[in-house]
Design a protein around this ligand. Structure first.
Ligand code: C2E
Ligand code: MG
Ligand code: MG
Length: 446
């Protein structure tokens, strides 16, 4: 009896201090620890608080189930323990949020190094059901006492800095500062305004031509969303799409985009541009959502567009995140007879070798490689190699962001198939795009 009681007591004590899943401190005990350090701190002692949030955890949890999700969380805690020094305090705030206290900063460089080590170790693959999965983390850092002298404020500010890291493309760390604070306020505002954007007709699609380099003919078009908010002015999709993803609005907006683009393509087909293809960007969260197939079918049915003229663009980063899962989703969608483009290729550091496993039809080379293709020999060589590999895999290649005729002629030299960019046209409202369609070809001398 006494032995049992003692055991219960130790269990309770354990539970009062530790997170049973990951064996790091729980929120309450972490806060107590922090208060101890503040109590014993000298006037000039600084502490750092690192707020860590996994970037794609929700997807793993949704797709592979909670057991696999738990495996990831345990793995994360272990890796954190390995990169931390003994004096660091590690806690889990809940969900996929971890927190680390550096109780005495000797040199700010040490905090930078710790943050980078955390990012590096967490981005190594995790062995889960069905293969290896990649998850990255975003880290926000606040410093005691300058960013807050109580734990709540420090956590809040580290959280804000973490969001800023997510906005800067995830998989990085950011320190809290006032500029970040202002941006986050407007993020909340953007989210509020975005909630009404569809019903108030504030969203619009613009269309950018995709041109055959040989003939100068417009063969395809990419739909790009534009949002003119009456209160915020023009907000770039690069800003509001991630917010729509975070707040769960992306499916509604994404469905609107799919329907509008498919309807528009059908209108142009009926006007006589019967071969024009329509490319639609699909965001990460939208792509991973199991209802995507229904949405695509719905948009096709509603518009009566022939599926073979619809192309979906996903970025290389999406494709790389969960390779096996992405392959499955792509194959399912391909049964509908639609094609896929790998967008922004070259920015995600995936190997060329990896391309052969993906059922994609089009490779879009990122603008960063095209920008200096006419002056930078390395870029030229990379693009040439990319195109050769893509062609050998039967893919069509589109160069993104072509702005000058000299870039254009370089792309001609390396047999690039299509181009998109200001050299030909900016993205245009539907009526202006129509004017472009009806003008004589080729518009650009190639
Ligand atoms: P993206 O899909 O890679 O689109 C190409 C971006 O490059 C567009 O920016 C386009 O306006 C811009 N661009 C085209 N030609 C040139 C050029 O010659 N020079 C330069 N400097 N830029 C050029 P935009 O419209 O601001 O979109 C940015 C990103 O936002 C897109 O990149 C895409 O990832 C996302 N996005 C845009 N529309 C949608 C949408 O309807 N749905 C989703 N999910 N994402 C979208
Ligand atoms: Mg795109
Ligand atoms: Mg792109």
């Amino acid at each position: 009896m006494i032995v049992e009681l003692l055991k219960v007591q130790t269990d309770l004590e354990y539970l009062a201090h530790f997170d049973p899943l990951t064996n790091v401190y729980n929120r309450n005990y972490f806060i107590d620890k922090f208060k101890d350090f503040v109590f014993y701190a000298d006037d000039k002692d600084e502490m750092a608080l690192l707020f860590i949030d996994l970037d794609r955890f929700k997807i793993i949890n949704d797709m592979l189930g909670h057991l696999e999700g738990d495996t990831v969380l345990k793995g994360v805690a272990e890796r954190l323990m390995n990169v931390c020094k003994e004096e660091n305090v590690i806690g889990r705030l809940g969900g996929d949020e971890f927190i680390i206290l550096v109780p005495k900063i000797r040199h700010m460089d040490d905090v930078h190094i710790l943050a980078q080590n955390i990012i590096n170790t967490l981005s190594l693959p995790y062995k889960l059901k069905g293969g290896e999965y990649y998850i990255t983390a975003s880290v926000g850092i606040s410093v005691f006492p300058q960013d807050g002298d109580d734990i709540q404020t420090l956590i809040k500010n580290a959280d804000i800095a973490m969001y800023s890291a997510k906005e800067r493309g995830k998989n990085n760390y950011q320190f809290f500062d006032d500029a970040i604070k202002e941006k986050i306020v407007s993020k909340v505002q953007i989210e509020q305004e975005l909630r009404h954007a569809i019903e108030r007709n504030e969203l619009e699609l613009h269309y950018q031509p995709q041109v055959n380099i040989q003939t100068g003919k417009i063969e395809g078009v990419e739909a790009l969303i534009r949002w003119m908010s009456p209160t915020l002015g023009f907000v770039s999709p690069a800003t509001f799409i991630p917010i729509a993803e975070d707040s769960g609005m992306i499916m509604e907006i994404g469905n609107w985009i799919l329907e509008t683009a498919a309807k528009q393509a059908k209108v142009w087909h009926d006007m006589g541009y019967a071969e024009l293809t329509m490319s639609v960007n699909i965001s990460m969260i939208q792509f991973m959502n199991p209802t995507l197939i229904q949405s695509v079918i719905h948009a096709l049915n509603k518009s009566s567009l022939n599926p073979s003229f619809l192309k979906l663009e996903i970025t290389e980063t999406v494709a790389m995140s969960e390779p096996e899962l992405v392959r499955e989703i792509l194959l399912r969608l391909k049964e509908l007879n639609i094609e896929f483009a790998l967008d922004d290729f070259g920015t995600g550091y995936s190997s060329l070798n990896y391309l052969k496993n993906l059922p994609v039809d089009i490779l879009k080379i990122d603008r960063s490689f095209i920008q200096d293709i006419d002056i930078d020999k390395n870029d030229f060589t990379i693009v040439r190699a990319l195109i050769e590999v893509a062609h050998s895999l039967g893919m069509l290649v589109i160069a993104e962001g072509v702005e000058t005729t000299s870039q254009l002629s370089k792309l001609g030299e390396v047999n690039c198939d299509m181009l998109q960019g200001y050299v030909f046209s900016r993205p245009l409202p539907a009526n202006e795009f129509e004017t472009l369609l009806s003008s004589k070809f080729p518009i650009v001398a190639i």
